[in-house]
Design a binder for this molecule. Structure first.
Ligand SMILES: O=C(NO)N[C@@H](Cc1ccccc1)C(=O)O
Ligand SMILES: [Zn+2]
Length: 154
């Protein structure tokens, strides 16, 4: 299990760098992040949270004690993500953050978004996301920009 940075640690406030090398160490990091996320009962985790300032996160919505209504999806490694379109419709919903233990806040997010990202093999994927999965994507994308729930509350 990797150590998860908590609010106030510098790396959480910095913009992460694009991934250029789709090599074995990258795949090993993603594997370790997934394991860490599961042990922490998370449904997503971003590389800066484990001290790696690179544009990589995992979204893995699944029902668990912390999010009993979360839809089930296969975990997805998201690299160098772009948000191409954002719905005008916004939805408020409860979020937590593994870097803000115990906090649960209502956050406004776009109901649906069109996204483009690379997978672990460097292949570009492009899809529309909505609902809770779109929420996780926006939350993790914020981390790559150095933003956390605290900055979204203002
Ligand atoms: O801290 C993280 N990811 O950065 N993990 C959050 C992800 C999340 C995002 C949006 C809504 C609910 C939950 C978690 O509680 O599992
Ligand atoms: Zn978070």
């Amino acid at each position: 299990m990797l150590a998860i940075a908590t609010y106030g640690e510098r790396i959480l406030g910095q913009a992460a760098q694009p991934v250029q090398l789709f090599d074995e160490p990258l795949a090993a990091l993603a594997e370790k992040m997934l394991e860490t996320m599961k042990l922490a009962q998370g449904v997503g985790i971003a590389a800066p949270q484990v001290g790696q300032g690179i544009r990589l996160f995992i979204m893995a919505s699944h029902p668990n004690d912390r999010y009993p209504d979360a839809p089930l999806m296969a975990p997805q490694v998201v690299i160098n993500p772009q948000i191409l379109k954002r719905s005008g419709k916004m939805l408020a919903g409860e979020e937590g953050c593994l870097s803000l233990p115990g906090e649960r806040v209502q956050i406004l997010r776009h109901e649906s978004i069109e996204v483009r990202y690379q997978d672990l093999s460097g292949e570009w994927q492009q899809e529309w996301l909505q609902g809770f999965v779109a929420r996780i994507f926006q939350h993790e994308y914020d981390h790559l920009e150095g933003l956390t729930l605290r900055e979204r509350l203002e």
